[in-house]
Design a protein around this ligand. Structure first.
Ligand code: SF4
Ligand code: SF4
Length: 261
């Protein structure tokens, strides 16, 4: 049951989706019954309470979102443990955001003289009790080889590595970047065809690196006439669907201020 949240759960309940899935399971057409989840821990608790048949829960879990007030990774994980549900991790590298780190943060990880940035993020997530699987998007053979290299004989982060991750998290969060994971759920329904995650990435890159390149990408790659951030008509369709609950309209106003002056 994909992307459950308070709003989507109500919709699933109203069309008896859970009952239907369980019937299909009883008929042997479904082998396992689980949910992926994007909302507050209290909502997850309600869903698990009302549906004890749920076998597994997939949550967003990475070292930056661990204590994030909107994602509540740690709290959601704790609810899964309380209800004895194995956890599947999604977004362990936060949509790739934990690969390109700010210089200061990169220096901290380089100081460990160990693996790739992805390896620290994935090992962080995989090191908790009850984690059944860590899902990581891989775009090429090199990424797959890297992931296999440190997950084959898995070793959790050492105390020194944990300390480094805490410092990286602080640096990351101090930058005030837009926490968009580039899932692109929002783009299909946008009547102005605004490339929302790409425009957020432009603003994030500008904040992080202050380079001219972001203006080039904004103007020539990610926008066309009528689909700039300032063309948003504030219909709100994107906000209904965003699993990160981002105030997209407000954030696009920020993007427009920077790039559509
Ligand atoms: S609020 Fe703006 S960005 Fe969101 S769907 Fe509507 S037009 Fe697109
Ligand atoms: S704004 Fe939300 S829905 Fe759109 S890509 Fe980012 S996280 Fe996904």
């Amino acid at each position: 049951m994909h992307a459950q949240s308070a709003e989507i759960y109500e919709k699933f309940k109203s069309c008896h989706a859970y009952e239907t899935a369980l019937e299909l399971k009883a008929e042997g057409k479904i082998r396992h019954f689980g949910i992926s989840f994007h909302d507050k821990a209290s909502v997850l608790e309600q869903i698990l309470d009302e549906n004890p048949q749920i076998e597994v829960v997939q949550i967003q879990f990475n070292y930056v979102d661990y204590e994030d007030a909107s994602v509540e990774s740690r709290k959601c994980y704790e609810v899964c443990r309380k209800y004895g549900k194995p956890v599947i991790v999604m977004e362990p590298v936060k949509g790739g955001s934990l690969i390109n780190l700010p210089r200061e943060a990169q220096e901290i990880l380089d100081g460990l003289h160990g693996g790739s940035n992805a390896s620290y993020a994935i090992r962080f997530a995989a090191g908790f009790d009850g984690i059944m699987m860590v899902l990581s998007g891989m775009g090429n053979m090199e990424m797959m080889r890297d992931n296999i290299s440190f997950m084959k004989d898995f070793v959790p982060l050492s105390a020194k590595e944990q300390e480094a991750i805490v410092k990286v998290r602080e640096i990351f969060r101090a930058q005030g970047l837009i926490p968009c994971t580039a899932c692109r759920y929002c783009t299909d329904g946008c009547p102005k065809q605004i490339a929302i995650p790409d425009l957020f990435a432009c603003l994030n890159a500008k904040k992080q690196f202050q380079n001219w390149n972001t203006d080039y990408y904004y103007n020539n790659v990610h926008t066309k006439e009528g689909s700039r951030a300032s063309d948003c008509i504030k219909c709100g369709k994107c906000e209904h669907i965003c699993p990160q609950h981002l105030p997209v309209r407000e954030l696009l106003t920020e993007v427009a201020k920077e790039f559509d002056k």
